[in-house]
Design a protein around this ligand. Structure first.
Ligand code: NDP
Length: 240
């Protein structure tokens, strides 16, 4: 039977590419999104993949929504924690709200979603969890204390949960994308982006599919010996 794969932030950008790639590989994919109903509707029309709205930074809402997803589609055997936001600003200008929103959405969300699926995965002796980190969580980035803290937190979270899942057939890995051509990166001013591209040895932004292919590899049944790892996918920009 097809495995259910839940992709948070699955309706746009990297998440959409992950959804499409997993669907093509035979997974029963469910996408989550946070607020943009129009983009979600267009996504479902385009892909035929259902999109479920809930705020991954809200613990209770996430428990309720994932319980309903399991009723509607079956147990979640693959979880891709991809939803993320940026609220950039240097430390002296950053508000507490922008700090907190990024920590809650990018890091606390991993606790919220994993909490909802971990008991089932343990009971079934199988699970695949991928947490989407970032090159900026590995290297740091000017104007991103919130984002870099959340993303580097993801890498620690991944290793700890990998240890806990290892005896139960649950693998937990992180990917650390470099700059990928999505709405998030298109929000960067053009002159800044041009400078960033000059620092990428392969000479281009990543494509969402570059990330999706790596996710598909890491969640494969045959990848059960890969756990607790962080796979950097950044065109050679940062070698960790
Ligand atoms: P996009 O901004 O293109 O899409 C973000 C997705 O996350 C949307 O589906 C959005 O839903 C969803 N989302 C945001 N907040 C919430 C929330 N509170 N609850 C549920 N869903 C939410 O992002 P990207 O595709 O660029 O990025 C995907 C991931 O990859 C992020 O974690 C990002 O940090 C990471 N990343 C991206 C890089 C890049 O260069 N693009 C580089 C390194 C890492 P909605 O449409 O409703 O807003």
């Amino acid at each position: 039977m097809a495995k259910v794969a839940l992709v948070t932030g699955g309706t746009r950008g990297i998440g959409e590419a992950i959804c499409n790639t997993l669907k093509n590989k035979g997974y029963k994919v469910v996408a989550n999104y946070g607020g943009n109903d129009q983009k979600a509707q267009e996504f479902t029309e385009r892909t035929g993949i259902p999109a479920v709205k809930f705020d991954v930074s809200d613990f209770e809402a996430t428990q309720t929504a994932i319980q309903q997803i399991e009723v509607d589609f079956g147990p979640v055997e693959v979880l891709i924690n991809n939803a993320g936001i940026t609220r950039d600003g240097t430390m002296h200008r950053m508000s507490f709200d922008n700090w907190d929103a990024v920590i809650q959405t990018n890091l606390a969300s991993c606790f919220n979603t994993c909490k909802a699926v971990i008991d089932g995965m343990r009971a079934r002796n199988f699970g695949r969890i991928i947490n989407v980190g970032s090159v900026n969580g590995q290297a740091g980035q000017y104007g991103q204390v919130n984002y870099a803290a959340a993303k580097s937190g993801i890498h620690g979270f991944t290793k700890a949960l990998a240890l806990e899942g290892a005896g139960k057939g649950i693998t937990v890995n992180a990917i650390a994308p470099g700059y990928v051509d999505t709405d998030m990166v298109r929000a960067v001013p053009e002159d800044v982006l041009a400078k960033i591209i000059k620092t990428i040895p392969v000479g281009r932004l990543g494509k969402p599919e570059d990330i999706a292919n790596a996710v598909a590899f890491l969640i494969d049944d045959e990848s059960g010996f890969i756990t607790g790892s962080t796979l950097s996918i950044n065109g050679g920009q940062h070698m960790y």
